[in-house]
Design a binder for this molecule. Structure first.
Ligand code: AMP
Length: 451
């Protein structure tokens, strides 16, 4: 199947050619022809499959004819996050190069006045997050009765984020005669209900989730002690050709700890989590896309839907609680047929999540070892928890002293981990041990956080 066979106009084909795409991806091949004919489409596809172009290209084609009127957008795209909305806007700019379509992006963190000025002039395409759109609507600046095409992108993410009531309210303001293109990576019952309410006799298009993970991403799994996770991460980064990578953490708190740790160890890194100001997030993403930052430490919420081409590696600093998040995470690499690698750093307590992932992807993730950090003894120590207390106080997560980088001392110390008292010192108390504790303690605490 070629792009020409899909029925797109010459101008759209030219833009696709300039974007460097040779053939449509499966979701594009299946979704574009019915969308061009004006049919509703239910697309079940995750990020990385080329789904954005599968709705943007036919939209541009259909919007070629007709003109926008003041405050009455002709099409509306709802996206769950600001970043995703901004990426869809980028896609419009890329694929709409040959057209003079006008566009407004209604997302938080951007001034109302600028957005309203655009709306006043009339836009062909309105891209928005649900909350911001409702804000504008309530200010009386927007009339939605002229919307001919509605796109709902990442509907399951909207559900996770609690946006469904907003989405339902917005859809209630649109004309019944519109065309609806609805995309979701998964189909939980609540989403199925929405598709029944929003879509009329849709063409259902589904692309296998697994195909994008299993075929182009080389997956790895390693088990370490929880205190060794950061060390394991550093070793993985140092020993693999990491052009750029995303490091996923389950918790916001760990995003900042891992980020600070990487900076401390001289890696080029930035953090991305939901609490960061919009401007900072955009700047961070731009720097990452431009290659100025090599490693991005992120939480799932912050990263969902980000379109970052050419990521060479994904590191799961934690095993995601939700097996589908694993698929989303590693889908950041190996995109659109490129090769990628993922490393999941697990502790024994996370084994149950690994099992759930392996069931979902229907294959075993190959287990790899790192000298000195992984191995059966450590694994069993983790699982029985007996050494937990003494290990949690260990300092060996930090780099060894410069003269002992081979890790000999670290391993010796690890051998002494159990709670027995250290023998061999006699009654002698070395001078350094009499240094008052408070200042030293506070220094150690802060180092432990970022080591
Ligand atoms: P998406 O799933 O929409 O986030 O797209 C994932 C990535 O695939 C984006 O970087 C697109 O630029 C790229 N892409 C989309 N369609 C194609 C195509 N037909 N050929 C090659 N790359 C594509």
């Amino acid at each position: 199947m070629t792009f020409t066979e899909l029925g797109l106009s010459d101008r759209v084909l030219k833009a696709v050619d300039e974007a460097g795409y040779q053939d449509p991806t499966p979701i594009q091949a299946q979704a574009i022809p019915p969308a061009l004919r004006g049919r509703d489409v239910l697309g079940i596809a995750q990020t990385g499959t080329g789904k954005t172009a599968s709705f943007v290209l036919p939209m541009i084609d259909r919007l070629e004819r007709g003109r926008a009127r003041a405050r009455m957008p002709r099409s509306l795209i709802l996206a769950p996050t600001r970043e995703l909305a901004a990426q869809v806007a980028d896609a419009f700019q890329t694929y709409g190069k040959q057209h003079k379509l006008t566009m407004a992006l209604l997302i938080g963190g951007v001034s109302f006045a600028d957005q309203e000025r655009l709306l006043d002039r009339g836009v062909d395409v309105l891209i928005a997050t649900p909350g911001r759109l409702i804000d504008h609507f309530e200010r009386g600046k927007l009339v939605l009765t002229g919307v001919e095409i509605l796109v709902i992108d990442e509907a399951d993410r909207m559900l996770d984020m609690g946006f469904i009531p907003d989405v339902e309210r917005i859809v209630g303001l649109l004309p019944f005669t519109r065309q609806t293109l609805f995309f979701s990576a998964t189909m939980p019952p609540e989403i199925t209900r929405l598709t029944q309410a929003f879509l009329q006799n849709p063409e259902r298009v589904e692309v296998a989730r697994q195909a994008t993970t299993a075929e182009t991403v080389k997956q790895h799994l390693l088990y370490v002690h929880k205190d060794d996770k950061r060390e394991a991460l550093r070793q993985l980064i140092r020993t693999h050709e990491v052009n750029n990578g995303i490091i996923f953490c389950n918790r916001k708190r760990d995003v900042s700890i891992v980020f600070r740790s990487l900076i401390k160890h001289d890696f080029s890194a930035a953090a991305l989590h939901g609490d960061l100001d919009q401007r900072v997030r955009m700047q961070t993403l731009d720097a990452f896309r431009a290659g100025e930052i090599k490693l991005l430490v992120a939480s799932d919420v912050a990263a969902r839907g980000l379109d970052i081409p050419d990521v060479s590696h994904v590191f799961n600093f934690d095993v995601p609680f939700n097996a589908e998040d694993y698929v989303h995470r590693i889908g950041r690499t190996g995109r659109a047929g490129r090769e990628g690698a993922s490393f999941t750093i697990a502790i024994n307590a996370e084994k149950k999540y690994v099992t759930a992932i392996e069931e979902l992807i229907d294959s075993k993730i190959p287990v790899v070892e790192i000298d000195g950090l992984t191995g059966e003894d450590k694994k069993s120590a983790d699982s029985d928890g007996k050494t937990k207390r003494s290990r949690s106080r260990r300092r060996d997560d930090r780099d060894p002293p410069k003269d002992d980088r081979k890790g000999r001392r670290r391993n010796d110390r690890r051998d002494q981990e159990p709670d027995e008292p250290v023998v061999g010192m006699g009654e002698h108390v070395p001078a350094f041990m009499s240094i008052p504790l408070p200042s030293r303690k506070s220094k150690e605490t802060s180092e432990e956080t970022v080591g």
